[in-house]
Design a binder for this molecule. Structure first.
Ligand SMILES: Cc1cc2nc3c(=O)[nH]c(=O)nc-3n(C[C@H](O)[C@H](O)[C@H](O)COP(=O)(O)O)c2cc1C
Length: 319
């Protein structure tokens, strides 16, 4: 049975965690992954505290299993109003994207919360551990959304060697072969994002899902043009135009304001379908492995079976 130390630590059955994809990993998807035996994560970036509370409660109505909340933490003000809500609602696991939430870790620990930090470099992982984080995610450049420059194959073992706390792996993991590779590289679990967008439970515009089904290995690009920080997404003419003169791109979070005004951030489909020529469609390089829309439960079961099969094949090689 596929099981690592992170399963006991988080109270889950399989070492697979849903990525906290802002706007996409909402209560239906988070609960479906938790019910399947993984760690569901609410992608709460962009939610105000009231909506965060509602998402936590909606998730709890759908599952009695553990789940986490992810927020982007590059500026403490971005999560300060949300921390009391998470404490109030008894959130047990917090995932921080884009920065170490240093100022809040002690308070979170006092309330029994475990803190997971997304890291794109060895130095970030060391900083997270020094600040008291409980788990780090070594996120390779292959990942969808905000991502660094180091490839997962190189990053995961280097992060594993640099910290003592548990390491999870993210970036380009779209099937069980990827999960097995992450485990082989020293991670004790895998974080899967993009692949889960192609499920009915994900909150994603139809055009975004279709773009993922069409995507090949080289369909994504890292660009600052949507948020001001490098984010990997499906290449389209809007990006090509900005990248002709990247000096026009403002720093985070000002460029986000530009994108709001240009109405290019609505990939969740809440305001109707997207314009695939302009809209931000965060996606990892593993999008080329997406061939069908399937339920989160089916996808999760397949990930587990494929991981076990891949490990079985490796065992045979050793003989
Ligand atoms: C649509 C989308 C939105 C994302 N939003 C966030 C976010 O709000 N916070 C965060 O920590 N990471 C976010 N990420 C990055 C994921 O947490 C994760 O690192 C990534 O999805 C893993 O790589 P993969 O997409 O190749 O599986 C996002 C990724 C995607 C694809």
């Amino acid at each position: 049975m596929l099981r690592t130390e992170i399963c006991d630590y988080f109270g889950i059955e399989y070492p697979i965690m849903l990525a906290g994809m802002g706007g996409v990993s909402m209560h239906r998807l988070a609960a479906a992954v938790s019910n399947a035996g993984g760690l569901g994560v609410i992608g709460a970036a962009g939610l105000d505290p009231q909506r965060l509370r509602a998402e936590i409660r909606a998730t709890r109505e759908l599952t009695a299993k553990p789940f986490a909340v992810d927020l982007l933490a590059p500026l403490p003000e971005m999560i300060r109003p949300h921390v009391p809500v998470m404490i109030d609602e008894g959130v047990e696991i917090f995932v921080a994207g884009l920065a170490v939430p240093k100022e809040f870790i002690a308070t979170m620990h006092e309330h029994g919360m475990k803190v997971v930090v997304m890291c794109g470099k060895v130095r970030h992982a060391q900083k997270a551990e020094a600040a008291g984080a409980d788990v780090v995610v070594a996120q390779g450049t292959e990942a969808g959304g905000h991502t660094g420059e180091v490839g997962a194959l190189a990053l995961i073992p280097q992060v594993r060697d640099a910290v003592r706390i548990p390491v999870l792996a993210a970036g380009g993991i779209s099937d069980g072969r990827g999960v097995a590779a992450a485990l082989a590289l020293g991670a004790c679990g895998a974080v899967v994002g993009t692949r889960f967008i192609a499920t009915p439970e994900a909150q994603a515009a139809q055009g975004y899902r279709e773009a993922l089904l069409r995507a090949a290995d080289d369909s994504t690009v890292r660009t600052r043009c949507y948020t001001g920080k490098p984010a990997r997404c499906i290449r389209n003419p809007y990006i090509v135009e900005w990248e002709q003169d990247p000096s026009r791109i403002k720093p985070f979070p000002e460029q986000l304001g530009v994108s709001y005004r240009n109405k290019v951030l609505d990939y969740d489909g809440k305001h109707g379908d997207i314009d695939p020529l302009r809209t931000f469609m965060p996606a990892g390089q593993g999008a080329g492995l997406i061939r069908q829309i399937e339920s989160a439960a089916e996808l999760f079961a397949r990930l587990v079976a494929e991981t076990e099969a891949a490990i079985g094949r490796l065992r045979q090689i050793v003989g």
